[in-house]
Design a binder for this molecule. Structure first.
Ligand code: FAD
Length: 348
């Protein structure tokens, strides 16, 4: 391997006649931690995962695969922009890593947007790809589109070469788009990339943070009883097989989950009527639905028909919910709830 300058040196601010000295850069090759690759990409695709809690979600991984596929069509490199200390970036087809100087879970919007804008100025990426998540990439991508006056494709379902296929008409149709700059991709837009090429190198421009206009007071614990069911990512739901309601509510709090219930559990007054899941309650589609002591009547299952991950705890192996579940635990809900809570508490 030979040492080469990592990226073409350009100063877009000078090119734009901007004499500001807010940013100074050192050549990437000076970074002693940077391994080198044999060939240098001349164009770039930017990938910006949500990376909440410093970890890639499966949606982030799909988005990275999508970025790699696009990059390969034009022989470009993939630069990923992440908060500090994100794990699991090796072996995902990434060429460079630029680290935003803010924690991933902090609402430092001005800093994040300014940093990404600077990277975009420097690299002029052919595409920028983000996960289409409500409070993460979806929001950030739309902001970038406004700031950059860029063309954006939302709800991108997949990419075929340079052809971008987006979902439209409430996901009943597809649309082909070819000239978008920013892509907000849906989960499963591409298959995760197996290990390829050398590990990514750092791309570390010196960056002076702008003053944040919004003060971030940090996260507050989720209120399990007021999180809208239709928007919840994790729902813990109870049927009449639950008898220890104190443990049920405590578990919801520890997990930061929204509460749901069957109609009989609401009828009995253990859970407010507004939390009923099912045909005559709310239709939900969380990432995970955790069902305690629920038999799985047709009316209830109708409410969770599009949940990708159902975990059921029931003493009856033959209950309908067990057939529907991706993971079944044949046990007493009263025993599983405190055990799960203790395990979850260890992680927080
Ligand atoms: P059950 O069916 O009685 O099931 C209790 C389950 O708990 C059983 O599977 C049992 O094995 C398990 N169990 C018992 N003890 C334990 C234990 N210690 N640990 C673990 N598991 C245990 N229902 C809804 O939920 N939502 C609706 O929107 C809805 N709409 C309806 C609309 C109509 C018009 C009608 C007629 C009914 C509707 N229902 C609805 C009611 C529905 O038909 C079922 O009666 C209801 O879903 C069953 O609730 P359940 O699972 O809590 O109770």
């Amino acid at each position: 391997m030979t040492m080469k300058p990592a990226l073409p040196r350009r100063n877009p601010r000078e090119e734009r006649g901007h004499s500001g000295n807010r940013i100074t850069r050192r050549p990437l090759a000076e970074d002693p931690s940077s391994p080198t690759s044999a060939t240098e990409p001349t164009s770039w695709v930017l990938a910006i995962p949500d990376a909440l809690d410093a970890a890639l979600s499966s949606h982030d991984e799909d988005m990275l695969a999508c970025a790699r596929i696009l990059a390969d069509t034009v022989d470009a490199g993939v630069v990923v922009i992440v908060p500090p200390r994100v794990q699991g970036l090796n072996g995902r087809g990434i060429d460079r890593i630029a680290t935003v100087p803010v924690h991933g879970n902090t609402y430092a919007n001005d800093t994040r947007v300014a940093f990404i804008t600077e990277v975009m100025d420097e690299l002029r990426p052919r595409w920028s790809v983000l996960p289409d998540t409500i409070h993460g990439g979806g929001d950030l991508g739309r902001q970038l589109a406004v700031v950059r006056k860029a063309k954006i494709a939302t709800a991108v379902k997949t990419v075929k070469g340079q052809q971008i296929i987006r979902s439209s008409a409430n996901r009943t149709r597809e649309q082909s788009v070819e000239d978008a700059d920013i892509l907000l991709v849906l989960p499963e837009s591409a298959k995760a990339i197996p290990h390829r090429g050398p590990d990514p190198r750092a791309f570390s421009p010196v960056f002076h943070c702008p003053r944040e206009r919004v003060r971030d007071f940090g996260f507050l614990p989720n209120d399990p009883e007021t999180t809208p069911l239709a928007e919840a990512d994790l729902i813990i739901s109870a049927g009449i097989g639950v008898t220890n309601w104190e443990d049920f509510y405590a578990l919801a709090k520890t997990l930061g989950a929204a509460i749901g219930a069957t109609r009989p559990a609401c009828d009995a007054g253990f859970v407010p009527r507004s939390r009923q899941v099912g045909a005559s309650g709310t239709i939900v589609d969380p990432r995970v639905y955790l069902a305690f002591g629920i038999s799985g009547s047709p009316q209830h299952l109708q409410g969770i028909s599009s949940c990708p991950n159902v975990i059921a705890v029931n003493t009856d192996l033959h209950a309908a919910i067990i057939k529907r579940a991706n993971l079944a635990i044949i046990a007493d809900a009263q025993e599983v709830m405190p055990a799960l809570r203790a395990r979850a508490a260890q992680r927080t």
